[in-house]
Design a binder for this molecule. Structure first.
Ligand code: APR
Ligand code: PHB
Length: 393
C-alpha cells in the first residue's frame, strides 16, 4: 500500500489529522492497533479549550459536540474549607471551555472518517517505521494475521505514550525530559448529577479532589491516592465518604454529594514527559507520542489537537507551494506551546496535591499561592488564560 501521509494511531491526534488533510485534498492512511469498540470506550479527560472547539467546528466534526457539550465560563477552587470562583470570560477577554468527553470526540471523528471514505484500519498493529532519513519512509504492520507494508511521503506517529514511532528517531538525536509525581488519581464515573454546574478543584488536608461531569446526569470524580493504589481497596462507599470529606466547606457543614451507581473505577498515574525533537527527517510525532502531562489542567487532548493543526497547516503549505519552511519549523513551533502546557500542568498539580513528603511549611506555600490566585486579578488571569488555552502556532 502507498499513501502521502501514513498516520499511526487513531486517538484524537491521528483522527483529526486525517480529517484536516482530507479537507485539503491530501490522502492518508491511518493504522490503529486496537479494535473500534476499545478505542471508542476509553475513558479520558473532557475539557476542550476554545481553540480545540474552533478546530473541531472548522473541520466539520462538531455537530454532536454543539448539541451535547456544555460551555463552562469558570471553575471553582476550594481550599481552607472555603470556595472561590474564577470567571474565565471576565479574566481572558471572553474565552471559555467546553465540557465534552474525549471519548465522544473520538466517536465523532471515527464515524465521520468511515462515512467519508478515509482509509482507517483497526487491529493493524505497527511493528516499525523505517527510513525516517529518506523521502519514502516505510511502515511495517500486522493486519489480518499477515505482515504488510505502507510506503509514504511522510509518517506521523500519533501512537500515544507507548507507541513505536518514537523509536524511528535515532537515540543519538532524541532527548526525553521526564518527571513523575508521588501520587495518582482514582477516577470514577457515576450515574449521579454533577456536584455543581462547574468543575471544582479542591486542595484539602486529606489530599486533592476534582468534581467534573460528563452530562447533567453523569459525574466524573477524582481523588488523589498514593501511587500503587489498588482500586479494589476503594469500595464505592469509601470513595463517596472521602469525596464528602475533601469537598467539605464551613459555609454548608451538612453538605454531601448526591451518590449514584459507579460504572467505572480506575487508578491513573501522574507523569510529565517531553521528547525532543518532534520531527526527524520524514517522520513527525504528535500528541501523547511526543509529550504527556499530568491531568490536572486537562491539557493532554488540547495539546494533541494543537500539534496536528500546526502539522496539517505545514503539510498543506508544502503541498501547495513546495516550501518546507513550516514543516522545518514544526518541532520548535509545537514545543513552545508544549512546554507552556507542561509548566501549567505542573503548577496546577503541585499547587493542589498533597505530596507525602510535604511539610507544614510547604502546605502554607500552597495556600499562599491559592489565596493569591483568587485575590489578584493578575494571578487569576494567568491561570484562566492557560486553562482556556493560549493561541495555537
Ligand atoms: N500501532 C498502531 N496503533 C498504535 C500503536 C501501534 N504500534 N501503538 C499505539 N497505538 C494507538 C493506540 O491504540 C491509541 O489508539 O495509538 C493511539 C494513540 O491515541 P491516544 O493515546 O489517545 O493519543 P493521542 O491521539 O495523542 O491523544 C492524546 O489522549 O491519553 C490522552 O490525555 C491524553 O487526552 C490526551 C490524548
Ligand atoms: C475530566 O472531566 O475528566 C477532567 C476534567 C478536568 C481535569 C481533568 C479531567 O483537569
Amino acid at each position: 500500500m502507498q499513501t502521502t501521509v501514513g498516520i499511526i494511531g487513531a486517538g484524537p491526534a491521528g483522527l483529526l489529522l486525517a480529517r484536516l488533510l482530507r479537507n485539503a485534498g491530501i490522502d492518508s492512511v491511518t493504522l490503529e492497533s486496537r479494535d473500534r469498540a476499545y478505542v471508542e470506550d476509553r475513558q479520558r479527560a473532557g475539557i476542550l479549550e476554545q481553540g480545540t472547539v474552533d478546530a473541531l467546528r472548522s473541520a466539520g466534526v462538531a455537530e454532536r459536540m454543539d448539541r451535547a457539550g456544555m460551555v463552562h465560563d469558570g471553575i471553582e477552587l476550594r481550599f481552607d474549607r472555603s470556595t472561590h470562583r474564577l470567571d474565565f470570560p471576565a479574566l481572558t477577554g471572553g474565552r471559555s471551555v467546553m465540557v465534552y468527553a474525549q471519548t465522544e470526540v473520538v466517536k465523532d471523528l471515527i464515524s465521520r472518517q468511515l462515512t467519508g471514505g478515509i482509509p482507517l484500519l483497526f487491529e493493524a498493529q505497527v511493528r516499525s517505521v523505517e527510513g525516517a532519513d529518506t523521502d519514502q519512509p516505510l511502515v511495517r504492520y500486522l493486519h489480518e494475521g499477515r505482515e504488510k507494508t505502507l510506503t509514504c511521503d511522510y509518517v506521523v506517529g500519533c501512537d500515544g505514550f507507548h507507541g513505536v514511532t518514537r523509536n524511528a528517531v535515532p537515540e543519538s538525536v532524541r532527548t526525553t525530559y521526564e518527571r513523575s509525581y508521588p501520587y495518582s488519581w482514582l477516577g470514577i464515573l457515576a450515574q449521579a448529577p454533577p456536584v455543581y454546574d462547574e468543575l471544582i478543584y479542591t486542595h484539602s488536608e486529606r489530599g486533592f479532589a476534582l468534581a467534573s461531569m460528563r452530562s447533567p446526569a453523569v459525574s466524573r470524580l477524582y481523588l488523589q491516592v498514593p501511587n500503587g493504589t489498588d482500586p479494589t481497596d476503594w469500595p464505592d462507599g469509601r470513595v463517596w465518604d472521602e469525596l464528602d470529606a475533601r469537598f467539605a466547606v464551613d459555609t454548608d457543614p451538612g453538605w454531601k454529594l448526591e451518590r449514584g451507581h459507579v460504572s467505572s473505577k480506575a487508578v491513573l498515574p501522574m507523569r510529565s514527559s517531553v521528547t525532543e525533537p518532534m520531527r526527524f527527517g520524514s517522520v513527525f510525532l504528535a500528541g501523547d507520542a511526543a509529550h504527556i502531562v499530568p491531568p490536572t489542567g486537562a491539557k493532554g487532548l488540547n495539546l494533541a489537537v494543537s500539534d496536528v493543526i500546526v502539522l496539517a497547516r505545514a503539510l498543506i503549505h508544502e503541498q501547495n507551494s513546495g516550501s518546507t519552511e513550516l514543516l522545518d519549523a514544526y518541532s520548535d513551533t509545537c514545543l513552545r506551546r508544549v512546554w507552556r502546557a507542561e509548566h501549567f500542568s505542573y503548577s496546577m498539580t503541585t499547587m493542589l496535591h498533597k505530596d507525602p513528603a510535604q511539610s507544614a511549611f510547604d502546605t502554607r506555600l500552597q495556600l499562599s499561592q491559592l489565596h493569591r490566585v483568587v485575590n489578584s486579578r493578575h494571578a487569576a488571569a494567568e491561570l484562566a488564560e492557560n486553562y482556556t488555552g493560549l493561541p495555537i502556532g
